[in-house]
Design a protein around this ligand. Structure first.
Ligand code: BV8
Ligand code: ZN
Length: 222
């Protein structure tokens, strides 16, 4: 499985590129960068605190739940998600690769310590309890490399998959989008479930257009 922001849309989480991908007239993609954090860490923390506040109030939806059922049903299952909202883990999915990190984790920019902190407001300059270094969200920003171990496991899962459902992603962000092509090249049947066609629709075996919250449960419980 490969999921993107679209699977969380029906939970009320804004997607990245939809009309709701804006915050205070800033494009999310402009703030999710190391440059933005270096230039104005307080603004970036304000953006992530806003997302923490919003995502802290929502929960998983029927599409997340259907993937939990599917994982219980099939012999081997890997859920690769681009989302940092943690809703797959909240729903009960187990073998989850959060290749872009997790909004609820923070990392010290000085000592590298990573910890979970579900505080909806981390303040504008949160610092490390151990060394006093500035904390940052433990997410992969644009221009940053993905964790090589996580990416390696995602590529491996794609290469051995027999079926890959690609759910709620505009297939724009790399290298995540290439995982569907890895699966296809390895002989898997690939189905896209998305509100609208994407640049990858043409390479899919099946392209199901509609809401993930309606389609995915029907795929699992026909
Ligand atoms: C990197 C964490 C190496 C932050 C995110 C080619 C190769 C390699 C790199 C690049 C490349 N081309 C460009 C790049 C650079 C860049 C990139 O891909 N840019 C894009 C914008 C072109 N990639 C990177 O920087 C990556 N790093 O490659 O490292 C490197 C190093 C140095 C220099 C060069 C390369 C890192 C990318 C990770 C960025 N971090 N998130 C945070 O969240 O705060 S990505 C971010 O976008 C989210 O994780 C999100 O999930 C993700 C992808 O977006 P989608 O999930 O697809 O969401 P989107 O809104 O786009 O689409 C939603 C879809 O759902 C839509 O199609 C919509 O129709 C649909 N939908 C809506 N509602 C529903 C629905 N579907 C079903 N049901 C519904 N109800
Ligand atoms: Zn530290």
């Amino acid at each position: 499985m490969l999921t993107g922001a679209g699977i969380s849309a029906e939970s009320g989480v804004p997607t990245f590129r939809g009309a709701d991908g804006l915050w205070k007239n800033h494009r999310a993609t402009d703030l999710a960068t190391p440059q933005a954090f270096a230039a104005d860490p307080e603004l970036v923390w304000e953006f992530y605190n806003w997302r923490r506040g919003l995502i802290g109030k929502v929960t998983f939806n029927a599409a997340h739940q259907a993937l939990v059922t599917l994982e219980e049903r099939v012999p081997a299952f890997t859920l690769i998600t681009q989302n940092v909202d943690g809703l797959h883990l909240l729903a009960g999915s187990r073998n989850v690769l959060e290749i872009h990190g997790n909004l609820w984790k923070v990392r010290c920019t000085r000592c590298g310590r990573i910890r979970l902190d579900r505080n909806p407001d981390m303040g504008r300059r949160p610092v490390c309890e151990e060394c006093g270094g500035l904390l940052r969200p433990h997410v992969v920003w644009f221009g940053e490399s993905l964790d090589p171990d996580l990416l390696g496991r995602a590529v491996e899962a794609a290469r051995i998959s027999q079926v890959m459902l690609v759910i709620g992603t505009s297939a724009v962000v790399q290298p995540a989008a290439s995982l569907a092509l890895e699966a296809k090249a390895a002989g898997a049947r690939v189905a896209e479930i998305n509100l609208e066609p994407t640049g990858q629709s043409g390479t899919m075996d099946y392209a199901l257009h509609g809401k993930a919250g309606e389609i995915v449960p029907r795929l699992v419980e026909p």
